[in-house]
Design a binder for this molecule. Structure first.
Ligand code: UDP
Ligand code: MN
Length: 338
C-alpha cells in the first residue's frame, strides 16, 4: 500500500515534471511565434514605408516634369500668326541698365499671354545684346529684334532730369520704318507703343485689337495724376477733351501708352513718325496729328472708365556695395547674367 502510494507519488512527480517541461516548451514556442509575427509585421511595415517613400519621390519627379512640359507648352506657339485676327505690333525701345533684364522679363511674360502679337524690340545700342537676343530666342514669341542708337546730343546723361530730352524717339521711328518696309496695306494689324517699364493688364490688348483709325483709353499714374484720360461727350460718346494737368494745351495731351493705331491707316500716312524737333511732351501729338482728328478717336476701356495700363517707372537700384567691389576689380555676379 505504502509502495503503491510512493509509486503514485513518483508518477505524480514525473507527470508534474512533464507538465513543467511542456509548459516551458509552450512558453518558448509562444515567444518564438510572437517574435516571428512581430518581425514579419515590422518587415511588412518597412517594406510599405520604403515603397511609399519611393512612390512619393516618383510622383514629385513626375510633377516636376509636368510643370516643365507645361511651361514649354506655354512658350510654344505656331510660328505663323493667325491671319483672321488683327496682329498687335507692340513696339518697345530698350536700353542697357541694371534693371533692364527685370523689366524685359516682366514685359515679355505679359506679352507671351497675348494672342497674335508681334513684338518689335529696338535696343538703343550699336549691336544687339546677347541678353535681349537670348530672352527673345527662348520665349517662343513672334518678334523682330532691331537696334538704333539715340544721337549723342539727345542721349540723357547720368543724373540729368529725364523730362529734358525725349526718350525712345530713334528706336520707335526705326520700328515704324521696319513696319513700312515689311508690311502691306491689306495686312490686318494694330500698332502700339509699349515702353519696357510700364505695367500692362491683358485687357488693354483686347481693347486695342479692333482699332479702325486711332483708339484711346485712360493711363494710370501718368501726367502727375492718378489717371490721365480722355473726357467723352455723353451725348455723342466722342472724345471732347482730356483731364490732363500737364501741358493740357497739347493737341493730344495723352501718354504714349494710351493709344493704338490701325496698321493700314498708318501705312497710308507716310509722314507719320516721331521727331526730336518738337517741344518736350509733344511726341504723342507729333505722330497723331498726321493720323486723326480728335473727333475720329475711338474711346476704349468701357468708354474710358477703366484703367488697363499704368505709366509705372522703376527706381534705379542703389548699388554702392557693387561699386566698392568693382573698385577692387570684383563683381557680385561674375559670369551670371542679372
Ligand atoms: N529708352 C531708350 N533709351 C534711353 C532711354 C530710354 O531706348 O536712353 C527707352 C526706355 O527703355 C523706354 C522708353 O525709351 O522703353 C521710354 O523711356 P522712359 O521709360 O525712361 O521714359 P518715361 O517713362 O520717362 O517716359
Ligand atoms: Mn517709362
Amino acid at each position: 500500500m505504502l509502495q503503491e502510494i510512493k509509486q503514485n507519488n513518483l508518477n505524480l512527480t514525473v507527470s508534474s515534471q512533464e507538465m513543467g517541461m511542456k509548459r516551458r516548451l509552450l512558453l518558448v514556442l509562444t515567444i518564438v511565434i510572437v517574435i516571428i509575427w512581430f518581425t514579419s509585421l515590422r518587415n511588412r511595415g518597412t517594406i510599405g514605408l520604403s515603397e511609399s517613400v519611393s512612390s512619393e519621390l516618383e510622383i514629385a519627379a513626375l510633377k516636376q516634369n509636368l510643370a516643365k512640359l507645361s511651361s514649354e507648352c506655354r512658350s510654344w506657339k505656331p510660328s505663323r500668326l493667325d491671319p483672321h485676327l488683327p496682329v498687335i505690333y507692340a513696339i518697345t525701345p530698350t536700353y542697357a541698365r541694371p534693371v533692364q533684364k527685370a523689366e524685359l522679363t516682366r514685359l515679355l511674360h505679359t506679352l507671351m499671354l497675348v494672342p497674335n502679337l508681334h513684338w518689335i524690340i529696338i535696343e538703343d545700342a550699336e549691336v544687339p545684346s546677347s541678353l535681349v537676343a537670348n530672352l527673345l530666342k527662348n520665349s517662343g514669341i513672334t518678334y523682330t529684334h532691331l537696334t538704333a542708337t539715340t544721337p549723342k546730343e539727345w542721349k540723357l546723361k547720368e543724373k540729368e532730369s529725364n523730362w529734358k530730352k525725349p526718350r525712345g524717339v530713334q528706336q520707335r521711328n526705326t520700328a515704324l520704318q521696319w513696319i513700312r518696309n515689311n508690311l502691306k496695306a491689306d495686312d490686318q494689324g494694330v500698332i502700339y507703343f509699349a515702353d519696357d517699364d510700364n505695367s500692362y493688364s491683358l485687357e488693354v490688348f483686347d481693347e486695342m485689337r479692333d482699332t479702325q483709325v486711332v483708339s484711346v483709353w485712360p493711363v494710370g499714374l501718368a501726367g502727375g495724376l492718378m489717371v490721365e484720360m480722355p473726357v467723352l461727350d455723353p451725348k455723342t460718346g466722342h472724345v471732347k477733351g482730356w483731364n490732363s494737368a500737364w501741358r493740357p494745351e497739347r493737341p493730344f495731351p495723352l501718354d504714349m501708352a494710351g493709344f493704338a493705331i490701325n496698321l493700314s491707316h498708318f501705312l497710308k500716312h507716310t509722314e507719320a513718325k516721331f521727331s526730336f524737333n518738337v517741344e518736350n511732351g509733344y511726341q504723342e501729338s507729333e505722330i497723331l496729328r498726321h493720323l486723326a482728328t480728335r473727333d475720329q478717336l475711338e474711346p476704349k476701356a468701357d468708354n474710358c472708365t477703366k484703367v488697363y495700363v499704368w505709366h509705372t517707372r522703376t527706381e534705379a537700384p542703389k548699388l554702392q556695395a557693387e561699386k566698392q567691389l568693382n573698385k577692387k576689380g570684383l563683381k557680385s555676379h561674375g559670369g551670371i547674367e542679372v
